[in-house]
Write a protein that binds this ligand. Structure first.
Ligand code: VG1
Ligand code: CO
Length: 580
């Protein structure tokens, strides 16, 4: 094949957000749009990470992925990449990509040093919906801000990109290696099984035998909903083939380009079918719900864990996993190096860290901040309130890992009960946790697709308000006399303890005297308008008061938050789009 230098010009708006570049498919298919971003990425990397390198290209299989993979292969060849690895049919979950970068060794002993992940994660897919791309580094984690800033700068000055137009399209449906000859020698595309490296890694972390026993017990029942995302490609292999779950326990596990028209976001609003099966919400099926249910997002890095008629808040989930990891999961039997959470995530994990005397870190939203801590051996388990949980086995959050972690805890707690005795349920485990550590009542309100200008003004107003806590507390008094007072307000700023880099403007915080918190952030993953996220948290230590309904317990704080932010005034919205 030959190399063509194509003239191009900068295209506005290619700044990567919380997790890569996400736009409507219509935007991505514009001439040069994808090409500019990919070349900008190659140009942001040092030469040895491109020339002669092995790179992974795959994703959640959403609409436009197959075309994008062929374009990236041709551009990689032209830029001197030696080898491209593609999951069969272009499918690799985000955690599997991370595992492949870290673990996979090619037939000739080669290892990969980075990946283009094609996903817009929890955003819907299809011709009228979203596509996305992000770059992960040699540690298996998302490119740090230093690199994403460079990519963005490059997109603003790009003049040409390199592509091998005469390289034929590669059949990505068949496993095997295709070799081509180019100006700099051989170029290979290897298509491999999407699941095997990931499955192998999971088997090295968890005690599959004990989970198998749990799943085969007549006392236990299980259900997993992949929302037609890429998790389906792993669920069957792991839950059914390896662990013996029934086929009928898998819902929506066939990956689809448009996620079956749904919103592949595992929460109580969008995972409707699972929520109904678990006996939650209005549309309960009438049948006895399973003991355990879980769902994933489009690229399978998120998880929602449910018990029978019971929702586990993600902030609690990471705290509970951390509290039980050493006993229940072989990978952690030597102890935890430390734990970390994103700033808006509740302080449930903080309490566990304190009790177990573990190193603890609070980082900005987005998984890229955990990677440095893990690379430095400072953190084993981490999580976000946004249904993201994971560990240092890879450098991404990991939806199936989280399910296996929960199944491990259940298996451990029920070791003696499967033969005779009463099953310790998901709900029992959570209530027991609250009794020991106290409970962090938590909820998040999302206002999606708000006018971007209005969202900015709302945030600016909240920052301004922080200059006078007297005024803040005056407003609160006027709304609810039963809410404690604000003692500190700021914009969260993070100094990375490993490389010293500083990330500013990471969300507006109002901290209350009784430990309650209100946090306001603008989403960095949307593709249209703005999404305002409001995070509300209140700590209750008294075990006799940890059993309340969370929306009811948090109602006073919610009222205060809406007044302080003038939510309705600025956005015209009287209610959020999604409550989690
Ligand atoms: C959201 C979540 C954040 C998560 C990010 C990527 O970001 O809040 O916690 O890391 O999505 O998740 P934002 O900026 O929209 O709040 V995924 O599964 O979409 O890659
Ligand atoms: Co995701």
């Amino acid at each position: 094949f030959s190399v063509t230098r194509k003239q191009t010009a900068p295209i506005d708006g290619q700044k990567p957000g919380t997790s890569g570049l996400r736009k409507k498919v219509k935007v991505f298919i514009q001439p040069n749009y994808l090409e500019n971003f990919v070349q900008a990425t190659f140009n942001a990397l040092t030469a040895e990470k491109v020339r002669g390198a092995t790179l992974v290209v795959s994703g959640d299989g959403r609409y436009y992925s197959k075309d994008a993979i062929q374009i990236i292969i041709k551009m990689a060849a032209a830029n001197g990449v030696r080898r491209i690895w593609v999951g069969q049919n272009g499918l690799l979950s985000t955690p599997a990509v991370s595992a492949v970068i870290r673990e996979r060794v090619g037939v000739d002993g080669s290892r990969s040093s980075g990946a283009f992940i094609l996903t817009a994660s929890h955003n819907p897919g299809g011709p009228n919906e979203d596509f996305g791309i992000k770059y992960n580094m040699e540690n298996g984690g998302p490119a740090p801000e230093g690199i994403t800033d460079k990519i963005y700068e490059n997109t603003k000055s790009i003049k040409e990109y390199l592509i091998s137009e005469d390289l034929p399209n590669v059949d990505i449906s068949a496993i095997g290696i295709s070799s081509f000859g180019g100006p700099e020698g051989q170029f290979d595309v290897e298509v491999f099984d999407s699941a095997s490296d990931y499955v192998k890694l999971m088997k090295s972390i968890f005690d599959f035998e004990s989970i198998r026993k749990l799943l085969s017990s007549p006392k236990f029942s299980f259900c997993y909903d992949a929302l037609h995302g890429v998790a389906g490609a792993y669920a069957k292999r792991i839950f059914v083939e390896e662990l013996g779950a029934k086929e009928s326990s898998l819902l929506n596990c066939v990956p689809k380009e448009d996620f079956g028209g749904g919103h592949p976001d595992p929460n109580l609003t969008y995972a409707k079918e699972l929520v109904a099966r678990m006996g939650l919400g209005k549309s309960s099926s009438g049948q006895e719900p399973p003991e355990f249910g879980a769902a994933a997002d489009g690229d399978a890095d998120r998880n929602m864990v449910l018990g029978k008629r019971f929702f586990v808040t993600p902030s609690d989930s990471v705290a509970i996993i951390a509290a039980n990891a050493v006993e229940a999961i072989p990978y952690f039997s030597g102890g935890l190096k430390g734990v970390a959470r994103s700033m808006p995530t509740s302080a449930a994990l903080d309490v566990v860290a304190k009790n177990l005397n573990l190193k603890f870190f609070e980082v900005p939203t987005g998984w890229k901040f955990f990677g440095n801590l893990m690379d430095a051996g400072m953190c084993s388990v981490c999580g976000e309130e946004s249904f993201g949980t994971g560990s240092d086995h890879i450098r991404e959050k990991d939806g199936i890992w989280a399910v296996l972690a929960w199944l491990s805890i259940l298996a451990y707690k029920n070791k003696a009960n499967l033969e005779s005795g009463k099953l310790v349920t998901v709900e029992d485990i959570v209530r027991q946790h609250w009794a020991t550590y106290g409970r962090h009542y938590y909820t998040r309100y999302d206002y999606e697709n708000v006018d971007a200008g209005a969202a900015k003004e709302l945030m600016a107003n909240l920052v301004k308000l922080q200059s006078s806590l007297a005024e803040v507390n005056g407003i609160i008094k006027g709304v609810r006399s039963d809410v404690s007072k604000v003692v500190h307000g700021d914009e969260f700023e993070y100094k990375d303890p490993v490389d010293g880099s500083i990330s500013k403007h990471q969300g507006i915080r109002y901290l209350f005297e009784d430990g309650s918190r209100l946090v306001f952030r603008l989403s960095g993953t949307g593709s249209e308008g703005a999404t305002i996220r409001l995070y509300i948290e209140q700590y209750e230590k008294d075990p006799s008061k940890t059993g309340r309904d969370s929306q009811e317990a948090l109602a006073p704080l919610v009222e205060v938050a809406l007044k302080l932010s003038k939510m309705q005034e600025f956005t015209g919205r009287s209610a959020p789009t999604v409550i989690t």
